[in-house]
Design a protein around this ligand. Sequence first.
Ligand SMILES: Nc1ncnc2c1ncn2[C@@H]1O[C@H](COP(=O)(O)OP(=O)(O)OP(=O)(O)O)[C@@H](O)[C@H]1O
Ligand SMILES: [Mg+2]
Length: 273
Amino acid sequence: MSAHIAFRGVSKRFEVKVRGSRQHTEFTAVDGIDLDVGRGEFVVLVGPSGCGKSTLLDLLGGLTAPSEGEILLDGRPITGPGLDRGTVFQQYALLPWRTAQGNVEFGLEATGVPRRRRAERAREFLDLVGLTGFEDRHPHQLSGGMRQRVAIARSLAYDPQVLLMDEPFAALDAQTRESLQDELLRIWQRTGKTVVFITHSIDEAVHLGQRVVVLTSRPGRVKEVVPIDLGDRTRQDDLRSSTEFARYRHRIWDLLHDEVSRAQLQEKEVVGA
Ligand SMILES: Nc1ncnc2c1ncn2[C@@H]1O[C@H](COP(=O)(O)OP(=O)(O)OP(=O)(O)O)[C@@H](O)[C@H]1O
Ligand SMILES: [Mg+2]
């Protein structure tokens, strides 16, 4: 079967100004990424800060174009944003003047779904993320976790095939975070979406991913892809304390540790220059 998402030799370079001069130089954020993501797969990207994770997600979202290579979605190159992909960011990108319901409906307005159907669908998806009864609250009347649930409901409501998530739970407390992780796993199982998820948390990566892609420090390349064979997480209570879990955690920590040290060295060089 062909991949749902395929990165083929993807590099992204940015033009940056040279400090104290009018000249520009090229800066390579990600370099030669080759990666296939299967339909319905849950893939997690981890890597040191600045290694190009968000850049890869922007490329997938069609917000920017690769400098080299291409990204195929269902075998066709991505040329721009589309309703076949939904994105959830770290900070709740909700409209403050709209209610939870209104925010989820907003995502449907571009799709041509009739008004009454929009309202129904919004309620259905707020229910899916456990927010029944909170439809009429505005973002400032919701907790951080609830706002993030609204953002998830909004990106699911128009039924994208792919869910792109950039550290969606990073700003939440540990307990809210774990319960949203489990909820996301249940939603993923129910809807069969392809998920590309970025995190700095090794635990989160192991808990969620079917495969964890470890990226190198800048420029980001694929260092290793670690398959996580932990079965159905939603059926196991104490998974995080199992020895298998610890083994995966350690493996990824090892891979990342080298890269984070390298990234810190690079930073020192830049500051020293
Ligand atoms: N528009 C841009 N112009 C110039 N440089 C950019 C631009 N966007 C990103 N970069 C640079 O590309 C590199 C990768 O950035 P990116 O945001 O993808 O990293 P990241 O892996 O998501 O980091 P973090 O874990 O801190 O979120 C960084 O060094 C960043 O400064
Ligand atoms: Mg980022």
